[in-house]
Design a binder for this molecule. Sequence first.
Ligand SMILES: C[S@@+](CC[C@H](N)C(=O)[O-])C[C@H]1O[C@@H](n2cnc3c(N)ncnc32)[C@H](O)[C@@H]1O
Length: 283
Amino acid sequence: MTSAAEHEGLPEYASLLAARHAAHHRELREFMEEHWSGKDLAVLDVACGDGFYAATFDAVLGPRSRIAALDVSPAFLEWASACRWGSRSLSPRTQFVAAAAERLPFEEGSFDLVWCAQSLISLPEPLDCLREMVRVTRPGGTVAILENDRLHELQLPWPPELEIVLRTAERSAASDSASAEKPHAGRFLEAMMLDAGLRPAQRISIVIDRSPPLSVADEAFLQTYLHELSERVANDLTPKDRDELLRLATPSSPAYLPAQPSFWMTWTDVVVFGKREVGSVGE
Ligand SMILES: C[S@@+](CC[C@H](N)C(=O)[O-])C[C@H]1O[C@@H](n2cnc3c(N)ncnc32)[C@H](O)[C@@H]1O
């Protein structure tokens, strides 16, 4: 896989995404195998980013499948086509498409499955984009959305008082913006699906536990996560809480949490499957 730093024009969060895919690829692939292994499906991956999920669909789906991996960013598309997830090249049945999620360049009902991962936070009007995903899903087909909730996506053995302070600071930092609820997309998926004309059919949590020794990929993901967290909350902490955060979250500190033998971490993704009912939206 090529690194985010080798590609110009990628946003800062690209490194965290790639680090996460490298760290969690086994569990994410197992989830996808459990649901779609060997099935022949037309799949659309909306906001495909580094192409991890498109490549995994390419690897697990049946032989008569086709996969369209769509993103608005030329830099992400270039990176996705250069990545070699699972050390294997993509087959010709996976095609990259440069387009915006607000206006998907596909006919109504073109796909059996529309997949969208960790992107509602990035899309300009998430509900309008979700309605577009419903439009291009065939009646009886599925829209599957993977998201997180920043309040509890990563559990770590913080001192409880500090954890409450960190969560409050994150919330306060986000509430200054018009998109304050976006980092909590995971808790609103069913509500959004209902608004978009989908029937929420199933909620699945993908829970990923880790304890020492951490892999290089887990360490890299955690360091990137802790760095980004520290940047997000820095201005909303008292000097005392900031010092405590730095003490626990700086790799060179003797108290660095992930270096402690008692360390553990639990990451949680949520996936909600929404069904496009026969006779819904535009029929
Ligand atoms: C956080 S990344 C997630 C990427 C990928 N789905 C994953 O899980 O790694 C968000 C992606 O949304 C894309 N994006 C942002 N706005 C978009 C839009 N209006 N239409 C399509 N893609 C968009 C970005 O280029 C980026 O690839």
